[in-house]
Ligand binder design. Sequence first.
Ligand SMILES: [Zn+2]
Ligand SMILES: [Zn+2]
Length: 428
Amino acid sequence: MTLNSLKGTKDIFWPEIEIWRHLEDISRQVFNIYSYREIRTPIIEYTSLFARSVGKSTDIIQKEMYSFKDKGHRQICLRPEETASVVRAYIQHGALRHRKVEKLFYIGPMFRSERPQAGRMRQFHQIGVEAIGSKSPLMDAEIMLLLNDILNKSKVKNYIFKINNLGCDKCRPHYNDILKKTIKPHLARLCSDCKKRYNLNVLRILDCKNESCKRIVSNLPIMADYLCSDCKQHFEKLRKLLSKFKIPIEIDTHLVRGLDYYTGATFEVVAKNLGAKDAVAAGGRYDKLVEELGGSAAAACGFAIGLERLISSISEKDKDDLVGEQRKSLFIYVVCLDEKTRLMGFEILSELRKNNICAEMDYSGAECHSLKSQMRQANNLGAKYVIIIGEDEIREKVLTIKNMESGKQEKIAQDKLTYFFNKTAVKK
Ligand SMILES: [Zn+2]
Ligand SMILES: [Zn+2]
């Protein structure tokens, strides 16, 4: 039996891996500019961490967690998302915190045992930030500007930030009551999931995709009409900031996230060519979470980008443009005419690499392959130059260098080799 990767997981290798790494690099640059520092948390955590933060009634906890007992009978899981882990680490290592507002970013795999379908994987990857310790709408604006920068630099086009205000612990309970009262007469017509949500988390009914639920939802009162003055002011300030900095937004009064910890301003980024249902990124405020997980009260906000979705929202041409720069790097292939010159070829190769010049030669045969076969290899690998080494070259201590674009060939003294290529690199 052949062994394959698990359903819902995939191997990522060259050339696809280039765009992955490039997007990670872009994100790291932007995080650095905005003064976010990296955090790496473990992939395994206690299951209770997510039950307490993401929420017991959510799909993630009910259906999608990789949760199991380890050999010590501890209930542990593969992390389904990262916010709870970061907050856990923030609380656990209080003494190590350096700043009043701790701004952190992460890049890594998350796990959900969903039924694999287009665009959804059981192991998927997120790039995200968490900013803990600020109530200011400037903080919300900063993370959205940062996200906007990453999307622009990644050449994502036609996207929009859908935003909504989910209220706080002062105003949301009242709105929940209003919702319940208004929905109650229509309860029988809701889908089976929404019937459960009615008691567990009535807000989730608002973003149900079921047609019959949608019809009921369209006539429900909206949160915006029930916000307390703090929430209203915060949201108004944020809206003004976003319009000042030209962030494309659209108010979506039915936007709720599939995680219970969100409060206040919440958003999703939708790229039009992906279809409306899949957000490229999503985030918002979670002002109560730090306290709920046992820390001292700290307002916070953050977002996560789905890396797979980010990649699928970039056109093939733009992907080529993004990684093209890397492919243009000076690449040299060393060709040896026979077995006797192979060792010299290997020495030249090592010399180039020691000088940070990207170089390769052929080891595939026990004996040296023909000139023609090696030249074909060089061409396939996109070599800009080929260095040809034969007995004449060894005797005369020279190297024949062929420019693969122009076809021009020249001889240079062996000890001028790195000088030649450094000069060439500068010219580019
Ligand atoms: Zn409020
Ligand atoms: Zn429903």
